[in-house]
Design a protein around this ligand. Structure first.
Ligand code: PLP
Length: 482
């Protein structure tokens, strides 16, 4: 993206790519959307894609691929063992991350499964800047607990701290002092923090974490799934990196970490994942599980075509015009929504535009799932599918009590190279309309509640007939326009 100034004086982010292959999408009438969201139990995960206009659920596995990625898929070497495709991927990882050993896995959570099965045991404590749902689930499944040691700003919805994803170094030192390094299998840093608004960490912070890990003899594991956005923020927000290339920043990050794992559904714009390290002992332990859980060592559950696309996608991630695409569109959305008074997470982060559901729907209790209600209401009035990131995404305690989320957010993901400016303008317009009519939005209650990762399959009903009233107001204002 390049920020260009228009003759009108307005500056807009301009896409540095053009569409070569397109997918038709459908904007169904509001009556149809009401039926669809009711059938989906007000859970946007359960909507059929054909009922969705703009799919802003996630950036996972839905980033647009480039012509070079598609071309590379044609030369994939389809063999169970010893595939040339694997060696091309391994060598790209070695080149970019300077890590000798690479283990393929079918996606990010598979890497977490391998890492947790090998390193986490009952009583383990895993410090991290913030958890991700699947990461926490795997740590807990293996008997460990997660300790989040974020800085004070991390949970402030609005802030001018450019690095809200930083780890609190003092808290890290105190945690190690309190429990002893023996209880800590590794320290995990999540780059681009998924659940707190795609907020980045600084390289300065990473250097400090490394120092503490060295003093305590601890391994540092980087979840690099959202690395692309974080690279851009380091370059643009951290003075000393302004003149460094994305490649140089990647290398510096990597050299500070013992193990790097990633979801290539995000990093690399295809579908897969992997773990890389220079630690031979860790590699050998992890390697034993790969054929058992993922597939042979030269594909790890991935299709060789996807592996070729990831290899090219990783190289393309070194291009600043690629890594700035998400953050600059997100910043545009955040700025425009702020102008209309809509409460959003600031500063604008990566991954998506995050709406503060607590401030949007202050009349709802957290136990009425404001973020889930907002996701349902926004789909209803626009066909835009966002993702609940609040209490509904938490797990209920054993005693039946709710675990209230730190933040109630509606995430509107902006997958890379997918949407156009008019798509964003449409989404902004409908969100602003919904904000003006926010009093009409009511809560949700579970009718089917799975015990683990309930947000994926759970079904909910509205607490009142608020959706019918919202549809009536929409018709009043927009007539027959979808
Ligand atoms: C930070 C982070 N870690 C891990 C994962 C899990 O990756 P996957 O969805 O490929 O299993 C995700 C996915 O969203 C993520 O954002």
């Amino acid at each position: 993206m390049t920020d260009v100034k228009l003759y009108s004086g307005e500056s807009i982010p301009l896409e540095m790519h053009k569409a070569k292959i397109i997918q038709k999408i459908n904007l169904a009438p509001i009556e149809h959307r009401l039926e669809a969201i009711s059938e989906a139990g007000n859970n946007t995960f359960l909507l059929r894609n054909s009922d969705v206009f703009l799919d802003m659920l996630t950036d996972s596995g839905v980033n647009a691929m480039s012509d070079h990625q598609l071309a590379a898929m044609m030369i994939a070497d389809d063999s169970y063992a010893g595939s040339e495709t694997f060696y091309r991927m391994e060598s790209k990882i070695q080149e970019l991350f300077n890590k000798q050993y690479f283990l393929p896995a079918h996606q990010g959570r598979a890497c977490e499964n391998l890492l947790c099965q090998v390193f986490v045991e009952p009583g383990s404590i895993v410090p991290m800047n913030y958890h991700f749902t699947t990461t926490k689930a795997h740590i807990v499944l293996n008997g460990g607990v997660v300790e989040e040691i974020f800085t004070e700003d991390a949970l402030q919805v609005t802030s001018d701290n450019p690095f809200k994803g930083n780890m609190d170094i003092k808290k890290l030192e105190a945690l190690i002092e309190k429990h002893g390094a023996d209880k800590i299998p590794f320290v995990r840093l999540e780059t681009g923090t998924n659940l707190i608004g795609g907020q980045p960490h600084s390289l300065q912070n990473l250097r400090e974490i490394r120092k503490v890990c060295d003093q305590a003899g601890l391994m540092l594991v980087l979840d690099a799934s959202l690395l692309a956005d974080n690279l851009f923020f380091i370059k643009t927000r951290e003075e000393e990196y302004k003149n460094k290339s994305i490649r140089e920043i990647t290398r510096e990050i990597s050299d500070l970490c013992d193990i790097i794992y990633f979801s290539a559904r995000k990093l690399g714009c295809a579908r897969g994942g992997g773990i890389c390290t220079n630690n031979e002992e860790a590699y050998l332990k992890l390697r034993e599980l790969v054929p058992l859980l993922e597939g042979f060592l030269t594909y790890g559950g991935m299709s060789v075509r996807e592996m070729e696309a990831i290899t090219v996608g990783l190289e393309e991630t070194m291009d600043v015009d690629m890594v700035n695409q998400g953050p600059q569109f997100i910043e545009y959305m955040v700025t425009e929504l702020q102008k209309k008074g809509v409460p959003v997470v600031t500063p604008a982060g990566g991954l998506g535009c995050h709406i503060d559901a607590s401030a949007f729907l202050p009349h709802l209790q957290q136990t009425e799932y404001p973020s889930g209600a907002l996701a349902s209401a926004l789909y209803l009035v626009s066909g835009v599918r966002g993702m609940e990131r609040g209490t509904l995404s938490e797990q209920r305690e054993e005693n039946g009590e709710e675990t209230l989320a730190h933040l109630e957010l509606l995430r509107l993901a902006v997958p890379r190279r997918v949407f156009t400016m008019s798509h964003l303008k449409y989404a902004i317009d409908r969100i602003a309309w919904l904000y003006e009519n926010r009093d009409l939005v009511g809560g949700l209650t579970f009718v089917e509640e799975p015990k683990i990762l309930r947000f994926f399959f759970g079904k909910l009903d509205t607490t009142t007939d608020w959706q019918t009233k919202l549809v009536a107001k929409f018709k009043e204002d927009f007539g027959d326009s979808p």
